[in-house]
Ligand binder design. Structure first.
Ligand SMILES: [Zn+2]
Length: 230
């Protein structure tokens, strides 16, 4: 079977991270989380580091303050980090699942052509998990992550009483600063303004969008996602 690029798309709390994790476990595809790549660089790049991208200079300190305020990082820096990793994975012959990337049209313009070049347009799947704004706020304000691997645990009747991660047994905690109501509202606004037009760009690039009802339970959404990648 040909190597694939799977992009899971949807508002914060749509379950794209959870679905990517399950799909990755089932297929062995690499789960590429842009948030973790960003977090890696925010935490590990040395103080004073600068990036020269398309004639501009960016500083790691500025990226850190944006990240800590719940704002999106500078698209050029994010894309720089992403493209580097994508090329490495393609060279290793890996299929990739993205959860929440590309985030902006700027990012899509630089990543979609790269995907086409490295994997072929016919092997790219763009999957939209659709949920209401009410569900977004509810799920995010109740979300927890595990201390060990940072598995994201969405709030559902099945997970409500959990105190430990079902996958590794570590303690479940709230994400500091990221899941308070003001930050969630900010993230929804950013999603609407910047991320939604990505779908339009992808369609114009000749990649069809599979829409899936994200309000279903986790197993139901997974069944639809799995069907969409066949
Ligand atoms: Zn865990």
């Amino acid at each position: 079977m040909s190597k694939q690029i799977i992009m899971l798309f949807g508002a914060p709390g749509s379950g794209k991270g959870t679905q990517a994790e399950i799909l990755s476990g089932k297929t062995g595809y690499y789960h590429f989380e842009s948030s973790k790549i960003i977090e890696f660089h925010i935490k590990n790049d040395e103080p004073g580091k600068t990036y020269e991208i398309e004639g501009q200079t960016y500083k790691i300190e500025d990226e850190r303050s944006r990240w800590e305020s719940g704002l999106l990082n500078s698209p050029p820096v994010v894309v720089y980090w992403m493209v580097k990793k994508i090329k490495e994975l393609a060279e290793e012959g890996k299929s990739i699942i993205f959860s929440g990337s590309p985030r902006t049209v700027y990012e899509a313009e630089r990543e979609i052509p790269l995907f086409k070049e490295l994997y072929g347009a016919e092997n790219i799947r763009f999957i939209m998990l659709e949920i209401s704004p009410e569900t977004t706020i509810w799920r995010n304000s109740h979300r927890r992550i595990c201390e060990l691997i940072r598995h994201s645990i969405l709030f559902t009747p099945e997970t409500e009483k959990l105190t430990e991660c079902p996958l590794d047994g570590s303690k479940l905690v709230r994400r500091q600063g990221l899941d308070d109501p003001e930050t969630i509202k900010k993230r929804i606004e950013i999603y609407k303004e910047q991320t939604h037009p990505v779908a339009e760009f992808v369609e114009k690039a000749g990649i069809s969008i599979h829409k899936i009802n994200g309000e279903q339970d986790v197993a139901g959404v997974h069944a639809d996602v799995y069907k969409a990648i066949q």
